[in-house]
Design a protein around this ligand. Sequence first.
Ligand SMILES: CC(C)(COP(=O)(O)OP(=O)(O)OC[C@H]1O[C@@H](n2cnc3c(N)ncnc32)[C@H](O)[C@@H]1OP(=O)(O)O)[C@@H](O)C(=O)NCCC(=O)NCCS
Length: 178
Amino acid sequence: MQNRKITLRSNGLPTDMRNPFRRSKDISLELAPPQQAREISNLHTKCFDREWGTAEIANLIEQDNVLCIIAKEVGKPKAAPLAFAMVRIAADEAEILSIGVDPSERRTGIATKILEEITRRLHAERTKKLFLEVDLANQPAVNLYKQLRFKSIAERPSYYQHDNGEKSAALVMRLDLV
Ligand SMILES: CC(C)(COP(=O)(O)OP(=O)(O)OC[C@H]1O[C@@H](n2cnc3c(N)ncnc32)[C@H](O)[C@@H]1OP(=O)(O)O)[C@@H](O)C(=O)NCCC(=O)NCCS
């Protein structure tokens, strides 16, 4: 039998299984003001190995063609965001620059809600296609995008180099909005 390491939640369920008893917090989705850049940068650090600086995030948020949505717990407008997603729009196409959910809030549907809000807004802007690039080894993210009907359109072998020296492919995906 394959020796598969499984991490368990405190309730005993494997972390790669949805917990049917866990509901997401009630969240509100809003456009991020540049003043939230520091908190988005802190959240990014919790989600990725590489840092994304406050100044760079603030600079992006201020650009007219960038859409940055954050999720906050309802009733806690001053609390740090639970999740963020950033998209760049160019003509009738858009690209997801980054998306991350606080590790303690994952697998409760927050990323799905943010991406649904983004596609709703892009649709209103008459954007035709939404692209993204994801590490093929990032199973949670690949599953998320497939569930939202993104299609795989290209693969770039050995694109990502990990700290342990291993390499993995990048998957380019596209969602048709019209
Ligand atoms: C990828 C990420 C954004 C998903 O956020 P999330 O809020 O947990 O996702 P959702 O709860 O909306 O999950 C939607 C679907 O994604 C898939 N998924 C999410 N987490 C998963 C996991 N740990 N294992 C397997 N599939 C997973 C499932 O298909 C899930 O649907 P289901 O729960 O009905 O089975 C989150 O894990 C994250 O922030 N990861 C670190 C940053 C990152 O990798 N960003 C993407 C870069 S391209």
